[in-house]
Design a protein around this ligand. Structure first.
Ligand code: MLT
Length: 275
């Protein structure tokens, strides 16, 4: 499906009924990365995935957008779909966008799942890396970006033994335009530090990480989980950065267990209030 959101076309998928789960994808991918989650979770929840601006089937304008623009697209898409509150699941850049969304629109966030992400802003070396990758995207296009990113996105054993996953990730990257990739890199390089936000996050939160994640290693997730009050931490074995895609069963199990405990806790609270 497609909608006009903030003056551009945003592509999304909306399936199932119930409490809303909104999935925010990583760089430089698309909503296809959440396919292993859509069928299982839409049996019980309303599952919404979207191609962020610059990705997949959404418009890819070349301009100086920030992650605030991305977060505003998510918020306006939910208004378009009449969703007042949701649980948000973001992986890596998706997590950066969730920090921004929480800062701008805390009331829409019922719960957060922060997967394979980090709270710190980019340091000088990280920014220089983004500048160099943006030049590669501009001169050589998404094929070179795929060659450079796949070793960061997937665990070495996945690259070695699971050629279908490598091919699917490559195809997601190739279906993005250079303009979208460049805008992502500029937006991530200029994102604010979110470490001071962590102690202020008051909704139920699950932090997840692939045990072999090299892009945002498990130490980053421990850092986040230790600072968000009552956050839970789940480590996904035999997964790299794309933990939901490399090990969907383990990822889905951890997510399902978080969602059901959160719902039970909510029901217990209602019972206490009613008693
Ligand atoms: C991602 O997967 O979204 C990226 O690795 C994030 C980043 O480059 O910081």
């Amino acid at each position: 499906m497609k909608a006009n959101i903030n003056g551009i076309t945003i592509a999304y998928t909306n399936s199932g009924t119930g409490d809303a789960l909104v999935f925010i994808h990583a760089f430089p991918l698309s909503r296809i990365m959440w396919e292993p989650q859509i069928a299982p979770f839409s049996k019980q929840y309303r599952v919404i995935t979207l191609d962020l601006r610059g990705h997949g089937e959404s418009d890819a304008l070349l301009w100086n957008f920030t992650l605030e623009d991305y977060a505003k697209d998510v918020y306006e898409l939910l208004r378009h779909l009449n969703v007042q509150h949701a649980t948000f699941i973001g992986l890596s850049m998706g997590g950066y966008i969730l920090f921004t969304l929480y800062r701008l629109f805390p009331d829409v966030v019922k719960a957060l799942v922060l997967a394979d992400t980090r709270a710190q802003e980019d340091h000088e070396e990280g920014k220089a890396g983004r500048l160099s990758l943006a030049q590669t995207a501009y001169k050589e296009g998404p094929t070179s970006i795929a060659d450079m990113m796949i070793p960061k996105l997937l665990a070495p054993t996945t690259i070695e033994n699971r050629k279908n996953i490598v091919a699917q990730v490559r195809s997601m990257i190739l279906n993005n335009q250079s303009s979208g990739i460049i805008v992502d890199l500029m937006a991530m390089a200029s994102r604010p530090d979110s470490t001071s936000l962590l102690p202020q996050i008051s909704c139920p939160t699950l932090v997840m990480v692939g045990e072999n994640d090299v892009a945002t290693p498990p130490s980053e997730s421990r850092y986040i989980a230790q600072r968000i009050p009552h956050a839970q931490l789940a480590t996904i074995s035999h997964a790299g950065h794309l933990s939901n895609y490399e090990q969907p069963e383990a990822f889905n199990q951890a997510l399902e267990s978080f969602l059901s405990k959160k719902n039970n806790a909510h029901e217990r609270q209602i019972n206490v209030i009613q008693n």
